[in-house]
Design a protein around this ligand. Structure first.
Ligand SMILES: Cc1cc2nc3c(=O)[nH]c(=O)nc-3n(C[C@H](O)[C@H](O)[C@H](O)COP(=O)(O)OP(=O)(O)OC[C@H]3O[C@@H](n4cnc5c(N)ncnc54)[C@H](O)[C@@H]3O)c2cc1C
Length: 316
């Protein structure tokens, strides 16, 4: 009975999404951690109508789905994902006066470049943050005390009820590494940002300075998802500081290691498993909890099934 249902769903999915639909696609190459098993289905959306069609089809057929940008903030389970990963590659951008409007699959580096090319200042802080605009708005990405939400003007969403709606910044309820998209099933289709006129040369210089600063502490040549945990904003303490105090920089599980120059970054040093990263993260959290009575929260999103059983803490 179940097998028949699966076959019907598969046939319908194929007939609607066509030959661009892949099956049993390994997800590791689509993430910055380079970790993760197969997705049952994988669809690359290059146009907004393809993106909405894929989401609505998955909802209609009752298939779990996940919108993937550049995979810089996700840890995919070794068992992969039982559902459809929809990779967002909708990347059109338009600039009008001091507004940049772009589709949600636009790369942040292209957004930063568009701003500079059009002598628009404000987005220099985004230089060096990898990923798409969709992922950045979802988690209100930021650095140096600034975040993308502050510049958001209007957005077009595919809502959880299947409508296309235009919303303003207040809708997102932006906070530290938070937007309302984390609670709803809304999909960000496109968004516009308001910037200020500036001088191209000084914008370019600031971008370079940001890059120089970031390169000193962030391992761009290693496989990671950037900072693993959120800072503890209500206490004004960085997660990196707390982790450093509990000796994180010397810790590892299998081939998942804490980066020696930044205690809040876990790296896949070779062929780490998702379960190793997850276990290392759990140990780090436990140590911080024990010493400081503080619960660290993940900034990284887990995708797929992770064994909830508490594995013995060894090899550290
Ligand atoms: C080396 C490195 C440095 C980093 N530095 C920073 C930093 O300084 N500051 C910072 O904030 N982050 C940083 N990050 C994390 C990451 O770059 C950001 O979170 C980025 O915004 C993720 O974008 P993405 O496209 O890769 O999102 P993904 O990892 O693909 O997805 C992240 C989440 O967003 C959701 N999502 C993606 N697109 C949409 C959409 N269109 N609609 C609805 N939901 C969507 C996904 O479903 C998922 O839940 C860093 C990561 C790395 C690897």
């Amino acid at each position: 009975m179940l097998a028949t249902k699966t076959k019907t769903v598969r046939r319908e999915l194929k007939s609607i999404l066509g030959e661009n639909l892949k099956e049993k696609e390994v997800l590791a190459p689509y993430t910055s951690f380079k970790i993760g098993g197969e997705a049952d289905y994988f669809f690359r959306a290059k146009r907004i109508d393809e993106l909405t069609n894929a989401v609505l089809t998955a909802r209609e057929l009752g298939i779990p789905y996940f919108i993937l940008g550049k995979g810089n903030n996700v840890l995919v389970s070794d068992e992969g994902f039982r559902g459809m990963v929809i990779k967002n590659e909708c990347r059109k951008t338009e600039v009008c006066d001091t507004t940049i409007a772009c589709q949600s699959g636009t790369l942040l580096k292209d957004l930063v470049n568009s701003a500079r090319e059009n002598s628009l200042q404000g987005f220099e802080f985004l230089a060096g943050i990898p990923g798409t605009v969709g992922g950045a708005v979802f988690g209100n990405a930021g650095a140096f005390g600034k975040s993308i939400g502050e510049y958001t003007e209007e957005a077009v969403l595919l809502t959880s009820s299947g409508n296309i709606e235009i919303v303003g910044r207040e809708y997102f309820d932006f906070g530290y590494r938070y937007s309302k998209l984390k609670k709803t099933m809304d999909v960000l289709l496109s968004v516009s940002f308001k910037l200020k006129k500036g001088r191209k040369e000084s914008i370019g210089k600031r971008i370079e300075q940001v890059w120089e600063k970031r390169k000193k502490s962030i391992p761009y040549n290693k496989k990671s998802a950037g900072c693993f945990f959120k800072n503890v904003k209500d206490k004004g303490i960085s997660a990196g500081y707390l982790l450093d105090q509990v000796g994180a920089k010397k810790m590892s599980v299998g081939e998942a290691k804490v980066f020696s120059k930044h205690a809040n970054i876990i790296i896949n040093s070779k062929n780490a498993k998702a379960k190793d990263v997850k276990k290392l993260a759990r140990i780090l959290k436990e140590r911080v909890k024990k010493r400081f009575k503080i619960n660290l929260e993940e900034e990284v999103i887990y995708l797929g099934k992770f064994n909830q059983r508490r594995l013995p803490i060894d090899n550290i």
